[in-house]
Design a protein around this ligand. Sequence first.
Ligand SMILES: NC(=O)C1=CN([C@@H]2O[C@H](COP(=O)(O)OP(=O)(O)OC[C@H]3O[C@@H](n4cnc5c(N)ncnc54)[C@H](O)[C@@H]3O)[C@@H](O)[C@H]2O)C=CC1
Ligand SMILES: O=C(CO)COP(=O)(O)O
Length: 380
Amino acid sequence: MTPRAKTATVRPGTRVAVLGAGSWGTTFAKILADGGADVVLWARRPELAREIQEAKRNSDYLPGINLPISLRATARLDLALAGAEQVFVSVPSQSLRENLIAAEPHLGANAIIVSLMKGVERSSGLRMSEVIEQVLPISPDNIAAISGPNLALEIAKQQPTAAVVSSTSLETAQAVALLARNDYFRSFVNTDVIGTEFGGVLKNLIAVAIGIVDGVGYGENTKASIITRGLVEMTDFAVAYGAHPETLAGLAGLGDLIATCQSPLSRNNTAGRLLGQGYSQSDVVKQMQQTTEGLASVGPILELAKAKGVEMPIVEQVRQVLAGTLNPRDIAPHLTTDSDEPQGERTLDDAQAHGGAALWGSVKRAFDQLRNSGRGSLGD
Ligand SMILES: NC(=O)C1=CN([C@@H]2O[C@H](COP(=O)(O)OP(=O)(O)OC[C@H]3O[C@@H](n4cnc5c(N)ncnc54)[C@H](O)[C@@H]3O)[C@@H](O)[C@H]2O)C=CC1
Ligand SMILES: O=C(CO)COP(=O)(O)O
């Protein structure tokens, strides 16, 4: 029986809303409630709202987890949003726009909107914070995004982890981080929204590739090679769109990449494994019971990469496997280039030069933080 978490002592009772009662929305509502916030969770389906409100359970998405007594739930969007100082959004990326339009009339004028999502809008290629900025009458300084090694079920079991809260306004990032923390969840902050959001989106695509080679039966060498080259691919792409390379060496990049690529809890990893076992994309989509953001992101990411002249050979091979034009057995690091000449191994150091930022300095800082058990700065 998981002991009840101690609640934080910061601004208890701050009224917040969480939109989306799936695995991550429900888990994050628990994080916030265990941190002392006054949380109302919006569930699209009334029967799910009732189960959470009355039984403090979400048997669809978090079976066996006891939710905080203080957590309230409703299927009424207006009631969920009434008085909310911060609104955390955790619906599938492709449904964000429609949900923001529905929520807009009920939002407080100064409410902070926090994206918990890790996708890009397929029709526009926009990141989640860009969709929020486009739909709502809101300053980017009132928008934040949270990402990191955050497999929902492990966190719902109160296993310790960390995340990064990102906003163009450091003050906003800190206001969110002060609520999104308790004795098993630690929030760091940064102002690199581009790097933080793209880290969460891109790691899903590499995780699909890892799942594919796992499904084919390749071992740890192949997977480690793809993870390593995948991080360089992620960094190249994100830096081309204005990210700081060190963000991709932090929790939102490397951290989340490790968690997602290694865990059977990952839906993207699982979808990749089914692809590697020979299932078609349509069969995989039918089998997946939960949101698998990576499958919808491959196309838009490759279009964005092409627009900046960034090569993403691993993601391109995932696209080909999804399209059925590449045998899953042929997706492997040495096939990520079709040149017969031995290729120079582009490393994070090159990305640092490429990105012009002190990437290794941030990697060394990360190791120092780990050595000092995280007593480093709030920055990630
Ligand atoms: N599950 C996890 O471990 C983590 C998930 N995330 C992100 O959280 C976001 C949400 O994913 P999950 O909660 O995992 O998905 P999920 O599949 O567990 O839950 C999705 C929820 O959205 C609802 N939904 C579906 N279509 C909707 C619509 N049109 N309008 C409103 N609600 C709708 C579903 O009923 C369900 O309650 C994704 O972007 C994902 O990448 C981020 C970190 C961890
Ligand atoms: O984002 C996640 C972990 O950080 C969850 O990954 P999946 O969406 O692949 O399950």
